[in-house]
Ligand binder design. Structure first.
Ligand code: PBG
Length: 341
């Protein structure tokens, strides 16, 4: 018996003995690799074309006017950037109950799209579609007089905005509003305008009413003026409803799915990917996660690079195909460095 056990230990339990250089280590973890194609970079575009604004709640992240964004992205594209997620932020344009400036001719995203397409022909451009940066009340949809969500009006308006971004040149429209039925409404409108073959639909399918969006609401000037978003974003402990949301969005015609935030929702990611292996699944490392990691590194809790890579690899391991992260330029730097070594 003892002999048998010894034999077993020597053959099977020396896990590390066959993994002694980096290539061998990489082969054990190919599924978790982070490559440029796995990264999407969120950017904030402002009205004034020649301005750059720092964002105090997100150190190292800026809002850019389109001319400044051109300079910034030129460098990042050279480092291997393949896709961006665009957010518009307005300051002087008015906000009203219908979010009129979400798709007006003066909207910074509408103005930027044709230029971005021209300047960066190989870059895939996704547009966040939501009303909250453009409504007077800061909610993501149209409200009834009593302050509740008017669902039919909201999804009609959201679909209009998605169509406007599609027509202006977005490759991907990504509704983050979380209103029931918006995926079907957008897909139908795209088909009606014969855009289904040139515009892809990325659903923020599993977006939770999280505590981690605070810095973004500051960055996008999109904080609700009253109440919260619990009526349309998913309950944080609601695993079942999140899976039903993914199922519904698949049913309504989403091309890609998302889990957001990610750090506290990796079980949801794993389940979504296991259920829909044929769909690309995105995860959004949101503003609060960005700043939390940044601050921890600042305070010496860990070194940014190895800790962040550990975190990103864990998302890939759990099933994420694409990681939306404000750290993208930095990660691309590190990946380039790795290839030069
Ligand atoms: C708009 C939207 C939000 C985020 C992306 N799109 C904020 C929210 O829902 O309150 C959050 C992104 C981040 O925190 O980085 N609805």
């Amino acid at each position: 018996m003892a002999e048998k056990y010894k034999n077993m230990v020597s053959k099977k339990h020396y896990l590390h003995s066959g993994i002694f250089n980096q290539t061998l280590r990489d082969w054990q973890s190919l599924k978790s690799q982070v490559l440029p194609i796995n990264l999407m970079y969120p950017v904030f575009i402002i009205e004034n074309d020649d301005e750059v604004q720092t964002i105090s709640s997100m150190p190292g992240v800026c809002r850019y006017g389109i001319n400044k964004l051109k300079d910034h992205l030129t460098v990042v594209v050279q480092k291997g950037l393949t896709s961006i997620l665009v957010f518009g932020v307005i300051e002087t344009l008015s906000k009203d109950e219908h979010g009129t400036n979400a798709d007006s001719a003066r909207n910074p995203v509408i103005r930027a799209l044709p230029k971005l397409r021209e300047w960066f022909p190989d870059l895939t451009i996704a547009c966040d579609v939501c009303l909250c940066p453009y409504t007077s009340h800061g909610h993501c949809g149209i409200l009834n007089p009593n302050g509740t969500i008017d669902n039919p009006s909201s999804i009609k308006r959201i679909a209009e905005v998605a169509l406007a971004y599609a027509k202006a040149g977005a490759h991907i429209v990504a509704p983050s509003d979380m209103m029931d039925g918006r995926i079907g409404a957008i897909k139908s409108l795209l088909i009606e305008h014969n855009l289904q073959n040139s515009v892809s639909l990325l659903s923020y399918s599993c977006k939770f009413a999280s505590n981690f969006y605070g810095p973004f609401r500051d960055a996008a000037r999109s904080k609700p003026s009253f109440g919260d978003r619990k009526c349309y974003q998913l309950p944080i402990a609601g695993e079942g409803v999140a899976l039903r949301a993914a199922a519904r969005d698949v049913e309504e015609g989403a091309d890609m799915l998302m889990v957001k935030p990610i750090m506290a929702y990796m079980d949801v990611l794993k389940q979504v990917k296991d259920r829909y292996p044929e769909y690309p699944v995105f995860v959004y490392q949101v503003s609060g996660e960005y700043t939390m990691i940044y601050n921890a590194a600042e305070k010496g809790v860990f070194q940014l690079k190895p800790a962040l890579m550990e975190i990103l690899q864990s998302y890939r391991r759990a099933g994420a195909d694409v990681i939306i992260t404000y750290y993208t330029p930095l990660i691309l730097d590190w990946l380039q460095l790795k290839h030069q070594l």
